[in-house]
Design a protein around this ligand. Sequence first.
Ligand SMILES: Nc1nc2c(ncn2[C@@H]2O[C@H](COP(=O)(O)OP(=O)(O)O)[C@@H](O)[C@H]2O)c(=O)[nH]1
Ligand SMILES: [Mg+2]
Length: 346
Amino acid sequence: MRERNSVILQTAPGVSAIAVIRLAGPQVADFLSRHFVGRPANGRAVHGKLVDGQRELDDPLLLWDESRQCADICTHGGRWVVHSVLELAQREDFSLVANELPLPGIAVDAADALEREMTAALPMARTREAIATLLNQRKAWRDVQPGLYDQILRDRSLQWLLNPPRIAILGIPNAGKSTLANALFGREQSIVADVPGTTRDYVEEYANLGGLAIRLVDTPGLRKTGDHIEAAAIGVSLGEIASADLRILLLDPTQDHESQRRLADEYPDALLVSGKRDVAAPIADLSISAKSGEGMADLEQAIRRHFGCDPLPHTRPCIWTDRQRTRLSSGKLPFSPDGDSHTDSM
Ligand SMILES: Nc1nc2c(ncn2[C@@H]2O[C@H](COP(=O)(O)OP(=O)(O)O)[C@@H](O)[C@H]2O)c(=O)[nH]1
Ligand SMILES: [Mg+2]
């Protein structure tokens, strides 16, 4: 399947006791014959020396899988060793695979398509619930009837669990956007102040809303301003707002209603939330006080519902890759329920 030669650092970057560097492709055997002093044995760990010409790089353990043309070199984990081995492999025409999510094919060992796609996506799951949902999928797909396929194709919940949606909070200055963002983060993240225009740079962070991870974008208040720095910050945040997966328009019942109504017209698809409910009567159906916490659970639920995650999928059969979507769209199960070794490409 894979014709090119690839190299990947399987362990986390940084210093550690050991590192695992995987080579895969048709040239691996040739690479080993020139750089590994020792006798690679199919399916067994062998101790030997790794050399680059006259230079000895390390004395790693080597695991060689002949049928997959794949070698795991277990080296010491110092920076110099790891760097030297990756550099040598690249000089020998192995292309470096790094920072890819879902994990690329070279990084994954799996018995069948389901296991491969689960393993590849597992590092993307940021909450306990997302991990559990993913790991539940084999069981979930056991007894799925064709009548459910359309519903499953429409259900994007697991895709959102694996790819946290970006949510922008917008509103006029001092509406309470940063206070709301902090309440959702569960900690001090944005600067909260009484001075309009305090939030000049947008802040982006992950928050866990009852199992759904989201990327929250706090924005500076939207207003006409003579301050160049603030105007630039507003310019940047307009792009952030436009590209967000959901916009929350936070209305402030204690401030001028007219300008806020104009904002609501400008963002007709935004989720309207009335804030400061501890001090003023709400002006939208959904109301909160970020300060006292009133209404926050309802807001979190409304956000989860927007992304099909209320209730969370848990044991619902879900799809999370294009391959699965294509198969299900043509009426085929994405996985054979008992597991198999078929080699659908990813
Ligand atoms: N009473 C009350 N005050 C709030 C609430 N949320 C924010 N505020 C206050 O409103 C002011 C502006 O808040 P901030 O979050 O900085 O607004 P931003 O400009 O929209 O980011 C601050 O004095 C906050 O303490 C709330 O739920 N209730
Ligand atoms: Mg702010």
